[in-house]
Design a protein around this ligand. Structure first.
Ligand SMILES: [Zn+2]
Ligand SMILES: [Zn+2]
Length: 96
């Protein structure tokens, strides 16, 4: 089950479970749309994968399956991300 983390790992922006701005990679690294698309250019700084919009869990399921309240805040070193970008940005996620 998705954790539905409450905030962007890079800039700390709040991403409540019903946010339409939350983006995740296949490992659930979670970023706001701006960081995922503009800062990281659709290359996850941890795994090199692409991002997809995080699905929104219907309200009726939230009581039994609440979103995570644990904030993960690990701003990324953009110099290091440069190498990852070089390697992957010209490849679509399905070709990485
Ligand atoms: Zn962000
Ligand atoms: Zn990732």
């Amino acid at each position: 089950m998705l954790e539905l983390r409450p905030s962007c790992e890079h800039c700390g922006k709040n991403l409540p479970q019903d946010s339409t701005e939350a983006m995740i990679c296949s490992f659930e690294c979670t970023y706001c749309k701006e960081c995922a698309q503009e800062v990281f250019q659709n290359v996850c700084p941890s795994c090199g994968g692409g991002f997809s919009p995080r699905p929104i869990r219907p309200k009726v399921h939230l009581e039994e399956n609440p979103p995570s309240t644990l904030r993960v805040f690990k701003p990324k070193d953009l110099n290091k991300h440069g190498e990852m970008l070089e390697r992957y940005r010209h490849l679509k996620p399905e070709e990485r």
